[in-house]
Write a protein that binds this ligand. Sequence first.
Ligand code: PA5
Length: 440
Amino acid sequence: MIKLDIKGCSSFVNGADYKEYVNKALEAYDTLASEQGAGNDFLGWKTLPIDIDEQMIASMEAVRDDWKGRGVNLVIAIGIGGSYLGAKCAIEALSHSFVEPATKVVFAGNNLSEDYLAELMDLAQQRNVAVVVISKSGPTTEPAVAFRIFKAYLEERYGKAEAAQRIVAITDKERGALKTLSNQEGYRTYIVPDNVGGRFSVLTPVGLLPIVLAGFDIRAMLKGAAEEREELLKKSETNAAVQYAAMRNCLHSRMDKAIEILVTFNPKLTYVAEWWKQLYGESEGKDGKGIFPASVTNTADLHSMGQFIQEGSRLMFETVINVENAARNVVIGSDEQNLDCLNFLAGQHVEHCNAMARLGVKVAHIDGGVPQMEIGMTKIDEANLGALFYFFEFACGVSAYTLGVNPFNQPGVEAYKKNMFALLRKPGYEKQTEEILKRI
Ligand code: PA5
């Protein structure tokens, strides 16, 4: 279960203002619960932790076992935005940071870098490869380009029939090019439910299949999410989602805090922040409104962004993820010469130093004018990540309704695409091509 501590904001926010925002967040909570708000056809994520059944889990585990049987040791998961960040962040958080796993899951289709794809092809040459292609809408350019390249690669290397056994598509149930292609080629497919948007899809096969393929326990992840859901179903002023939504909106509106920094103290969680940035950035940044989501990974970033956060423009507040227990033990030894003068730390766990750094930063940043909230989780494992995913999704719905925007659309994402298609001379964009060429 996720614990929220807002005490680090108390010296910044007046009690009456906070109370006003708690009331607004409670109204927003009702909007989300009653499913009467804007974007209410995209609320399928609310019950995903209890909707994903044993049959679905078993079928994803069957893909894992089938590919193991074929000797697959490299899975390329192709997707962008919500079609990759959830799986990427879970796999980064749960994997050993240095030792190669039996099956490595890597990601493609989230950029248009030629170097990236060429280097991934180099790795593919040394491995036994399968592909998961994920796109709800089907024709998203970045994953479509990557898939075209890796589909051709697999067919050339393994033959068409075997390649079809090494491709799984995750897409819309009936629309879109990827669905048509999957039907034609006989790929195994999973459905992204109509009522679940990309950035809320980590607990569908979009996130769960790559996570299973990387060797992790999605049953525990769904259980953690289901337990967090039970907690958040209890409407109250101390509901963690209500408090988080109330405090961030209060800091934004009353203290002019325009930036929220998600702070982690473990490099394994860097991509959790990337997932969170998409969730909050796409859900709230619209209609000229929203809090800009940023992130740092400490203690590394204390030696880069730390100066700005301590003394630069006073635009930000911080939300710190505090993992209470390290999974491993490394104790600092004693040294006879003590030239580095660190014998005062002899016998201490490294994580103790990390915790003291976190507390030291907390006091320094509060003194420097940066309010701080804390999200506590006991350890990094599947259950805690499932709970964290559900907490942030639910709180995002409450927060965006508190702010007064539709959390579940992303109209602004289309703007660059039209220009890119025009510049790439996609048929049908001729008029825009002429116009845009005059402007660049
Ligand atoms: O949250 C969203 O809906 C978006 O970020 C999508 O996930 C992203 O644009 C990828 O879309 P698709 O899965 O249709 O390729």
